[in-house]
Every structure is written in structure tokens, then in C-alpha cells.
Design a protein. Structure first.
Ligand SMILES: C[S@@+](CC[C@H](N)C(=O)[O-])C[C@H]1O[C@@H](n2cnc3c(N)ncnc32)[C@H](O)[C@@H]1O
Length: 247
């Protein structure tokens, strides 16, 4: 295992940090991914940020600590009360607001409210539809805001020919949600309100999976066989960034 890099800070108790980190991962390391994605962004302390699909809020804590931004930590599967406990453990209750909401419906925010909407390892669950970016995301952004998402996907679309090694792991839901970067670029380029400004593979892809696979979590244990079968041949993790179109 590589050395733990305490990008979330909890006093001087690094053992606690490590345990907290592993206990709260829900997939490939949200911390590595948000750290790399943030490297492509201009985040400043006066910003109001929506962390959509924040899960246990690791990325929200990172954003609040690292950039001093205000974060609306919003998630569906994780209750806001649980995230509030974690946020309080970091003393960030004045900076991070936990919200329980379903991103596949109208989110409970004012239009033109956020400087940035960020989304780590969650966007593909609810946003594969053509109208999603324009109808469900763009309205909540300020005119000079931006959207940045990072998610796992394919190096190249399977196009109906799922490799033999991947068949045991390929169901309808994965088929609907897992795409390559070109597929996402094409989808975002259809937007009438947003302009795709950047898209890229993340260099932390493998390391982010490695940190997840060693977790004592039944989902991580289940994913080990999939990643072994994949063998570095099919998966990628990428980021996409968009800004409102200037008319
Ligand atoms: C794999 S977890 C990743 C969580 C976290 N971002 C991370 O990287 O650790 C996917 C997250 O997407 C969230 N999610 C899925 N569908 C959602 C929806 N319709 N609205 C809001 N969040 C959703 C889930 O609640 C879950 O926390």
C-alpha cells in the first residue's frame, strides 16, 4: 500500500485520518480524485460549491479545508444526519451544509446559486440523459460558474461487444452508465447552455482504485475480482469541465 497522504486534516492524529479515510471510501478514492480534479479548477475561498453525490463527504471536507469554500454536501444514499456528524468531527459545520436530495429530480436550490458544481464518482448514475446538463445542472450555476465532474468509465466503448473477461460483471445498469470519454464529450457538446472547456484522463486512476480495493468493505472486496479481470485494459477515470455559454 502506498503511504497515506493526509489531505484531510484531523488534528495530528494520522492513525485516525487513515482509519476515517478507509472507513468512508465508497469507491475509487474520492480524495485522490477531487485533489486531481481541483488542480484543473480555480477555486477561491469566497465560492459557494455544490458537491453533488458527495457520499460520505470526503471530497466536501477536502474542498472546505483546502480552499475555504462553502460546500453544500448533497447526496441520496447517505443521510444528511450522518454527514453532519462527520462534518462536525472536522469542526466544519459552519462551512459545509449537508443535504439529502435526489439529483435525478429538481434539486432544492435557488437558480443561479452556485459558483461551482462538482461531482466525484456519481454523475453517471443520474446524468446519462441528453437533457440533464441543461435542465438539471446549468440552472443552479451563476453565469460565471463552472461544472466539473470526475468519474470512472471505459477507455473505449464496448459497442455491444463486451469482452469475455468482463461479462460476469456487465449488467444492464453498468451498460447504461459506463462510457468512454468520447461518449461524454459528445453528450456535453449537445448542450445548449454549457460549453465543454476541458476533458482529460486522471493520472490517479489506478492508485484511486488500489486505495479502494484494500478497504474492509464488502463492495470493495466484490470489486477486486472485477479489477483483476479488467487488468488495466478497459477502465479509465476522467474529468469534464464546462462553463455557461456566453451569448
Ligand atoms: C460510488 S458513490 C461515490 C460517493 C462519493 N462521491 C465518493 O466518491 O466517495 C456514488 C454516490 O452517488 C450518489 N448518487 C447516486 N444517485 C444519486 C442521485 N440520484 N442523487 C444524488 N446522489 C446520487 C449516491 O448517493 C452515492 O453516494
Amino acid at each position: 500500500m502506498k503511504e497515506f497522504k493526509p489531505t484531510i486534516k484531523f488534528g495530528k492524529n494520522t492513525e485516525f485520518e487513515k482509519e476515517f479515510y478507509q472507513k468512508n471510501l465508497m469507491g475509487p478514492s474520492a480524495l485522490m480524485i477531487i485533489e486531481e480534479l481541483a488542480g484543473h479548477l480555480s477555486l477561491t475561498h469566497s465560492m459557494r460549491v455544490l458537491d453533488l453525490g458527495c457520499g460520505t463527504g470526503l471530497s466536501s471536507v477536502f474542498l472546505a479545508q483546502e480552499f475555504g469554500v462553502q460546500v453544500f454536501a448533497t447526496d441520496l444514499w447517505i443521510p444528511a444526519a450522518d454527514n453532519y456528524e462527520r462534518i462536525r468531527a472536522f469542526g466544519l459545520e459552519d462551512q459545509i451544509i449537508p443535504i439529502h436530495a435526489d439529483a435525478s429530480e429538481e434539486l432544492p436550490f435557488a437558480h443561479g446559486y452556485f459558483d461551482a458544481i462538482l461531482c466525484v464518482d456519481a454523475y453517471y448514475y443520474f446524468a446519462t440523459g441528453e437533457e440533464y446538463l441543461d435542465k438539471y445542472m446549468a440552472p443552479f450555476l451563476k453565469h460565471n460558474g463552472f461544472i466539473a465532474v470526475a468519474m470512472p468509465g471505459l477507455q473505449k466503448e464496448f459497442g455491444g461487444n463486451v469482452p469475455e473477461a468482463m461479462k460476469p460483471f456487465w449488467g444492464e445498469e453498468v451498460n447504461r452508465t459506463f462510457h468512454d470519454l468520447g461518449w461524454w464529450q459528445a453528450l456535453w457538446r449537445k448542450s445548449e447552455s454549457m460549453h465543454l472547456t476541458d476533458s482529460f484522463s486522471l493520472s490517479c486512476h489506478r492508485a484511486a482504485w488500489d486505495d479502494w480495493l484494500i478497504c474492509d468493505n464488502p463492495y470493495a472486496k466484490r470489486d477486486i475480482a472485477m479489477i483483476e479481470a479488467e487488468g488495466g485494459q478497459y477502465f479509465d477515470t476522467f474529468g469534464l469541465i464546462a462553463e455557461p455559454q456566453k451569448n
